[in-house]
Design a protein around this ligand. Structure first.
Ligand SMILES: NC(=O)c1ccc[n+]([C@@H]2O[C@H](COP(=O)([O-])OP(=O)(O)OC[C@H]3O[C@@H](n4cnc5c(N)ncnc54)[C@H](O)[C@@H]3O)[C@@H](O)[C@H]2O)c1
Length: 510
């Protein structure tokens, strides 16, 4: 069957909450006549008010002409009853996230609408197949997952259920494009792409915090300054709402038959139990009140004195640390190569400094009779980062200030981390890449769709699979293997696609 969805298609949006209002506005801005319905009396009218206010803002900022504002608003009407939606060619459902309620709604809609009307659900966590269950024409129901705020976020995920007509997919991609969105094909598996691949960002952050890697503010600082993420995991959870974030985690956990990898963390559960939901309640990981103390992240004080900074001796294969070496050299530090040093390391006096590989400094130092060892965390770009994290074994701790002195010459601040396996950024990035590779493996989703979704849906600095390509599948796989050995937990099991890429020396992005 051919599906024709264009400006002349009348669109019904059901549910006039945050998502429905945004989707209705978007549809009207794209030229459609829109009918907005909500079960709660007055909700659609209130949403129209919010839409008008948003358009007013656009006019004030010079992004929209006043007459266009009027035209867009005139295209949207509130529909008091479901019956008033008859004749619409596309329904976008954005009601409460409950399967029984969504199923009931679509079954009622089938009675009102033509048999070729397209039914789209904006569910973030429910199986599209389940939503379509019991319909007479389940082939015309599809997942169309927008992100909040729908008017501004560029991404939509398009999800087929078992019964969804394949011919509907290109029509939805075309419509997404006409609405100014970038669309990806996402699998009908828990969390689709974005809400699934992003899980380790929160989960590993919470585990690192629990294990005492560093305070939340220090972890956030590293993820932003050294990692290039827009927000650290704790700031982000506070923004999303800890309750909302926990409920996504719980729904993925449940839908994966309680795979322990997705288990909610007790720190988050406790904050939610105490009503600390983040910004919206004024407190979460951080205090957001007016009188909140400014956040400070202590950095390692530079060692007092030496008149001359030590010479650094680098391994012949410094790996990802090469740009750091070049930067330090440009800052006046004397560097020289030394034969026989392990890859990804350098030496400062009698202190060995190595890029983390997922083992603790204690474990690596023990292989060298407990000699002083410092482990550096990953940076997105060692040539420009303003901060770096480092951990030490017992004998190495006294040498952190000397390292801070060397880094300070290149204007890099050092954040002290506890000796927790994989540190902050390396561990998080490897887990994100592994999750992405898992989605690829088990659902056939392309690397391009996954990375596009993560770039546009979460504002990561680089797609997790492109990041894995840059680090090399062997390195990512090695870090995960070390984490698995250290913790003895299945959560760090490697995705088959990652293991294959490692042995084939292959890249995810061709
Ligand atoms: N908020 C997000 O960030 C986000 C992002 C993507 C997808 N989603 C999904 O979008 C949907 C809506 O989320 P939201 O955040 O806009 O919720 P919301 O609570 O802001 O709004 C839901 C609206 O639906 C109405 N409603 C409930 N049952 C109804 C029914 N049977 N018929 C008509 N109206 C009904 C409610 O009165 C409410 O106004 C959910 O499925 C959610 O999972 C949310």
């Amino acid at each position: 069957m051919a599906y024709l969805l264009n400006r002349s298609t009348a669109v019904a949006v059901i549910g006039a909450g945050s998502m429905g209002a945004g989707i209705a506005q978007l549809a009207a801005q794209s030229g459609h006549a829109v009918r907005l319905h909500d079960a709660q009396a007055g909700a659609a009218a209130a949403a129209l008010g919010r839409i008008a206010a948003d358009l007013d803002g656009a006019v004030k900022r010079g992004k929209l002409q006043a007459d266009e504002r009027a035209t867009v608003l005139a295209r949207i009407s509130a529909a008091d009853t479901l019956d008033a939606l008859g004749g619409c060619g596309l329904v976008v459902e954005a009601i409460v996230e409950r399967l029984d309620v969504k199923q009931g709604l679509f079954r009622a809609l089938e009675k009102l609408l033509a048999s070729d009307a397209v039914l789209a659900t904006n569910t973030s966590s429910i199986s599209i197949t389940a939503v379509a269950q019991g319909l007479q024409h389940p082939q015309r129901l599809i997942g169309w997952h927008f992100f909040n705020p729908a008017t501004r976020m560029k991404l939509v995920e398009i999800i087929r259920g078992v019964e969804t007509d394949q011919a509907l997919v290109p029509a939805m991609h075309a419509l997404s494009k006409a609405w100014g969105k970038t669309s990806v094909d996402a699998p009908n598996t828990p969390g689709f792409i974005v809400n699934r691949v992003a899980r380790p960002y929160y989960a590993e952050g919470l585990r690192l915090l629990a294990e005492g890697l560093a305070p939340a503010a220090a972890i956030d600082k590293l993820m932003v300054e050294a990692g290039g993420f827009a927000l650290g995991p704790f700031e982000l959870m506070d923004l999303i709402g800890l309750d909302v974030n926990l409920s996504v985690t719980e729904s993925v956990f449940q839908a994966t038959a309680y795979d322990p990898r997705y288990a909610p963390h007790v720190i988050q559960q406790e904050l939610v139990r105490s009503g600390r939901f983040g910004r919206k309640t004024g407190r979460g990981f951080y205090d957001h009140g007016k009188d909140a103390a400014p956040r400070s992240v202590p950095t390692v004080a530079v060692a007092a004195s030496p008149h001359t900074l030590p010479t650094l001796h680098f391994a012949s294969h410094p790996g990802p640390l090469l740009p750091l070496l070049q930067r330090l050299q440009a800052a006046g530090i004397h560097v020289a190569a030394r034969e026989g040093l392990p890859d990804d390391t350098f030496v400062m006096g009698d202190t060995h400094i190595a890029l983390t590989d997922g083992r603790t400094a204690a474990e690596r130092g023990a292989a060298n009779d407990g000699a002083p060892l410092l482990l550096l965390d990953l940076a997105r770009d060692y040539a420009t980062t303003t901060h770096l994290g480092a951990a030490a074994n017992l004998a190495g701790a006294a040498h952190l200030p000397a390292l801070a002195g060397v880094l300070a010459a290149a204007n890099i601040a050092l954040i002290e981390l506890a000796d927790v396996a994989g540190l902050a950024l390396m561990r998080t990035v490897c887990c994100l890449a592994n999750e992405a590779a898992d989605v690829m493996t088990w659902t056939g989703t392309t690397a391009r769709d996954i990375d596009t979704a993560m770039l546009l849906g979460t504002a990561y600095p680089i797609g997790p699979l492109a990041w894995a390509d840059a680090l090399g599948a062997a390195r990512v796989s090695g870090v995960l293997a070390n984490l698995q050995a250290h913790y003895g937990e299945v959560r760090y099991r490697r995705a088959p696609a990652l293991s294959r890429a490692r042995f084939d020396n292959a890249r995810f992005h061709g």
